[in-house]
Design a protein around this ligand. Structure first.
Ligand SMILES: Cc1cc2nc3c(=O)[nH]c(=O)nc-3n(C[C@H](O)[C@H](O)[C@H](O)COP(=O)(O)O)c2cc1C
Length: 193
């Protein structure tokens, strides 16, 4: 006899625990995340849905020199807008991020296609973060002004005409895992006749 499907198997509960439990992490311990784990996370990221199988994502792994350029740029941008002290504070906090990755999306002259490609890249970023989370690694997606600055594109070797930045992500083993809440799911569901 066929078994009645159950929606609360151990495996499903575990899956839900990972989905719910992932948090944006801003503070990390300094233990480096193995390159191979990051490579696996990128590989699983690319299994995100993507319309027309456009595979619009690119994953850029900056080395020490590029990270230093990004941090300098951040300190300069924040410093000139909010004062040198805050700029230097940013330099310190960004220098403590153990892992860096930048996700870009190829431009498309068709606006709808580009929107769909951005959606696909966002799904890929979520895959990436969830895979790392399951491996005990936290991450933070940032889309701050630096990710739209020409000097940033220059630093990461991307032509602004070809692609835009979906996000810059930091990752590492969490020092502090923040708590979060969500409104009750009934608030975001609307059933129609
Ligand atoms: C597209 C996107 C951009 C984000 N950019 C930032 C950012 O610039 N700075 C930041 O502190 N958090 C950023 N976040 C993370 C959100 O703040 C975070 O997801 C939210 O606070 C909910 O926390 P949780 O991820 O732990 O559930 C971004 C998230 C997304 C999806």
């Amino acid at each position: 006899m066929k078994k009645t499907p159950s929606y609360s198997t151990q495996e499903l509960r575990e899956f839900a625990r990972v989905l719910r439990g992932r948090r944006t992490v801003d503070q990390y311990i300094q233990t480096p995340v193995p390159d191979e784990l990051v490579r696996e996370a990128i590989e699983v990221a690319t299994w995100a849905p993507n319309h027309y199988v456009s595979e619009p994502w690119r994953f850029i792994l900056p080395g020490k020199e590029t990270i230093a350029r990004i941090i300098d740029l951040c300190a300069e941008m924040v410093g000139s807008e909010k004062g040198a002290e805050l700029g230097e504070h940013k330099r310190r906090t960004w220098s403590e991020k153990p892992g860096w990755i930048i996700v870009t999306c190829q431009h498309n002259e068709d606006g709808l296609r580009e929107r769909e490609d951005y959606a696909a890249c966002s799904a890929a970023v979520q895959n990436f973060m969830l895979y790392l989370w399951k491996a005990g690694v936290g991450s933070k997606w940032t889309s701050g002004p630096i990710t739209r600055d020409s000097r940033f594109f220059e630093a990461i070797g991307v032509d602004e005409k070809d692609a835009f930045v979906v996000g810059m992500l930091w990752y590492g083993y969490p020092k502090i895992t923040p708590t979060q809440s969500r409104q009750d799911v009934s608030k975001v569901i609307r059933r129609l006749e």
